[in-house]
Design a protein. Structure first.
Length: 399
């Protein structure tokens, strides 16, 4: 069933989308803070190569816990989204500051990174909810910009590390903490609360689960998203290791920022193409391309530098570029009063898949060459494309 856009969406102030996009960029900057300074942390404290997978999975686990708790309490649908965003952004800033303070203790760092991931559950999905409610008619392009900002935010610690080369690694944690706090203030001061139906009652909104399980269109987009999540975060975790086969120091940090940040181009470009192709076809094309990049890794890992760089940038563009369209498809076809809960539940399961993938591939990369490990990431895109077929064959999707 397709839901008509609310009349309130036409009255969205012009500043709303730019502010949400900027806040999403700043608010998600804490996500990969530890990854950006992992070589320094390993050198300073003697951590093993697998520590990067453990710390990244801690953030993902915290995100899942936060997403599930928000779903159980229907936080995204029962409380003002702006205030949820503010509280979580300020708390995320505090977690980044505490992670910096306790970085020498791996167990304490794990705790603070997990709590930071918990806070991100009130930033990423809630930002999507705000965009979905203010811009239902142009949801694909709006989410393209929004998730593009998330991609740049996630990549920004690598740029911050490159800019602060020669300074202590703690600068990265301080910078993302300030950015997260600023994000919360931007949203609460400059983004009005959108008029929308509120979920009633308490407890897990079972209708959200039922909608996902029984609606063919919602189910197709969610399962496609799960295939995307098998690949996305594991690729991001392994990119520095791939680049380290040729680069080091500030050059490696800049290259990592470019490759990861290229996903913003895929998100924004995909949003532009939605009006011609539809969200399902845009997502399917990018998912297929990123899967092909996985399969070509054994050859392109040893290619000349220009081809090697082009491969990684193309992979960076397409591995993330389909994400906003999966979210747009799900948000458009879910019941309006339960959009936040459906997105949150889908996110939580997708991030659980990412944890399994990260742990599996980081452990495999410690035992075997990267070029023999990376092709297995294509399992996710292949299964995602199969799941997406009902939408691809009908050309379904928001425009």
């Amino acid at each position: 069933m397709k839901h008509e856009p609310s009349r309130a969406a036409a009255r969205a102030p012009r500043r709303v989308l730019p502010v949400i996009v900027l806040a999403q960029l700043a608010g998600t900057s804490t996500w990969f803070a530890a990854n950006a300074v992992m070589p320094e942390l390993q050198a300073a404290f003697g951590w093993p190569a697998t520590a990067v997978g453990t710390l990244t999975s801690a953030v993902q686990l915290g995100f899942i816990a936060g997403a599930l708790l928000f779903a159980l309490l229907a936080v995204a649908d029962r409380f003002p989204a702006r205030l949820v965003f503010l509280v979580c952004a300020l708390a995320g800033a505090g977690c980044a500051a505490m992670a910096r303070h306790h970085a020498a203790n791996f167990d304490a760092l794990l705790v603070w990174r997990t709590l930071g991931g918990f806070c991100l559950a009130g930033i990423y999905p809630v930002g999507m909810k705000l965009a979905a409610l203010w811009f239902p008619r142009g949801l694909g392009p709006a989410l393209g910009l929004l998730i593009g900002a998330l991609i740049l935010g996630s990549a920004s610690p690598h740029a911050l590390r490159a800019l602060s080369a020669g300074w202590p690694w703690s600068v990265v944690f301080d910078g993302v903490a300030l950015a997260s706090a600023a994000a919360g203030l931007l949203v609460v001061l400059l983004v009005p609360e959108p008029p929308h139906p509120r979920a009633s009652g308490s407890g897990l909104p079972l209708r959200a689960l039922w909608a996902a399980a029984t609606d063919r269109r919602v189910r197709a987009s969610i399962l496609g998203y799960f295939g995307h999540m098998w690949e996305l975060y594991t690729m991001w975790v392994l990119v520095p290791a791939v680049l380290a086969t040729r680069l080091a120091g500030a050059s490696l940090s800049w290259a990592a920022f470019v490759v990861l940040g290229a996903g913003a181009v895929g998100c924004a470009g995909g949003g532009w193409l939605v009006s011609r192709w539809g969200s399902a076809r845009v997502a399917g094309a990018q998912l297929a391309t990123s899967g092909l990049c996985c399969l070509l890794a054994p050859w392109l890992m040893h290619a000349p530098a220009p081809l090697f760089g082009a491969w990684l940038v193309l992979w960076g563009i397409t591995v993330a570029g389909d994400s906003p369209q999966f979210s747009a498809l799900t948000a458009t076809n879910a019941p309006p009063a339960l959009v936040g809960s459906v997105l949150t539940l889908a996110n939580s399961i997708g991030f659980a898949i990412s944890i399994a993938s990260i742990q599996l591939f980081v452990a495999a990369a410690a035992r075997w060459p990267l070029e023999s490990v990376l092709p297995a990431l294509a399992i996710g895109p292949v299964l995602g494309l199969i799941a997406l077929r009902p939408l691809l064959t009908r050309g379904a999707g928001p425009r």
